[in-house]
Each structure stands twice: as structure tokens, then as C-alpha cells.
Design a binder for this molecule. Structure first.
Ligand code: TMP
Length: 221
């Protein structure tokens, strides 16, 4: 860094992490969080469904109770509403960087793509619940469902979504691809089939680009 220049900490960014189960998001969230903290950002790490006591209670129901796709959709958006009001919006208002493990793209991918639920209804719920709020950037960890399934097999006991078959995850992946195609500026696709170290490098490059774009690069004092 040259004399007289200072690095302004990244501020007030809303970043979501998406991908099918087994894409390795959690490990990469750790790397993003550490990278941002090292640059002086206040980081709020959260997840969906979840992030508040009410939304975490809804999460437990969503992951384990049988229900149809409309009920799933209403519950994820109810959880999201509480999460936005009590956690995400206050964090952004005070200048924190919010790292959210899944957001509304997951609803379009899982309920819309995976379950085949009406995308028009999801779009209306999205508008009501979010009032225009969207992530500033979405990192999409994309990989073939067969590779993700092999990774998941080594992990914990599957929930209602993780126990779905490969065809379901192909539809979820296509759901993400459609959202990414509709909003190419917001989405960054990361090739999550590669080795973890290479995925991490792709992620940190993209994060650096976002922070630079948002004005968090070197600034004169
Ligand atoms: P996680 O295990 O990655 O935390 O996510 C929980 C599960 O919930 C995951 O299988 C995807 C699913 N999900 C939906 O079906 N719709 C949604 O809107 C969200 C946020 C998650």
C-alpha cells in the first residue's frame, strides 16, 4: 500500500451463497468471513431458513415435517420475513456485511425447480416479503448432482431435501441456472466441482471484485 492511502473496510453488503446440497458452501463461507474480517468489516453470518429464533423454529419444521410445496413456500417466506426484519435489515443499516447461507434463489430452485411449484406465486411472495431487497451479489456454487451426492454420502444423516434423488437435484440446479441467467450481474457462478483450494481462489477473487466495485478499495485520505 502506498503512503497516504488507507483501505476502507467493506460496508453494508448483502451477499448470498447458493448451490445444491453437497456443494461445499459452508467451508467457503468460512473463507469469505475470514477474508472480510481481515479487512476490518463487521460480518454477520446467517442462514436460511433460519437466522432468528422464529425462523430457526420454522427451519426445524421445514427440514423434518412432511408438507406440500405451497406450505413449504409459505414457511420459507415467513421465516425470511422475520429474518429480514430482525437480522438482515438492521445489520445492513449499521454497515455490516451480511453473509447469508441461501436466500430466495433457493426457494426458486428447490420449491420452483425441485418441486415444480408455480414460479408466479413465488415471485409474488418475493415481492411482498422483500419489498425490493435482494442480495448485492450471489455466489452460486455449481456442480453436477452426482458429484454433490457422493460428497453428501460422507456427511451427516440426510434431511427431507438431502434425501431427494438425483433428478430432483438436476431440477434444482436448472432452477439456479435460470435465476443466474435472469440476473447475470448479481450472480457469480463458481465451478464447485474443482478442488476446494481452487474454488476458494475463485470465491476470493470474486469477493475482491465486489468490494472494489462497492468502493472498498484503497482510497486517499
Ligand atoms: P442447508 O442445509 O443448506 O442449510 O439448507 C437447508 C435446506 O433447505 C436445503 O436442503 C435447501 C432447503 N431450502 C429450500 O428448500 N427452500 C429455501 O428457500 C431455502 C432457503 C432452503
Amino acid at each position: 500500500m502506498s503512503a497516504g492511502l488507507a483501505i476502507a473496510p467493506p460496508r453494508a453488503l448483502f451477499i448470498s451463497f447458493e448451490g445444491i446440497d453437497g456443494a461445499g458452501k459452508s467451508t467457503h463461507l468460512d473463507a469469505a468471513e475470514a477474508w472480510l474480517r481481515a479487512r476490518g468489516a463487521e460480518v454477520v453470518r446467517t442462514r436460511e431458513p433460519g437466522g432468528t429464533p422464529l425462523a430457526e423454529a420454522l427451519r426445524a419444521l421445514l427440514l423434518h415435517e412432511p408438507m406440500d410445496a405451497l406450505t413449504e413456500s409459505l414457511l420459507v417466506f415467513a421465516a425470511r420475513r422475520d429474518h429480514l426484519r430482525r437480522c438482515i435489515e438492521p445489520a445492513l443499516a449499521r454497515g455490516a456485511v451480511v453473509l447469508c447461507d441461501r436466500f430466495t434463489d433457493a426457494t426458486f430452485a428447490y420449491q420452483g425447480g425441485g418441486r415444480g411449484f408455480d414460479l408466479g406465486v413465488l415471485a409474488r411472495l418475493e415481492a411482498w416479503v422483500q419489498q425490493g431487497r435482494q442480495p448485492d451479489r450471489t455466489f452460486w456454487f455449481d456442480l453436477p448432482p452426482a458429484v454433490a451426492a457422493a460428497r453428501r454420502a460422507a456427511a451427516r444423516a440426510p434431511d427431507r431435501f438431502e434425501s431427494e434423488d438425483e433428478a430432483f437435484f438436476e431440477r434444482v440446479r436448472a432452477g439456479y441456472a435460470a435465476r443466474a441467467a435472469a440476473e447475470p450481474r448479481r450472480f457469480v457462478r463458481l465451478d464447485a466441482a474443482q478442488e476446494a483450494e481452487s474454488v476458494r481462489a475463485q470465491l476470493l477473487d470474486a469477493l475482491q471484485a465486489l468490494v472494489a466495485e462497492a468502493g472498498g478499495t484503497e482510497r486517499g485520505r
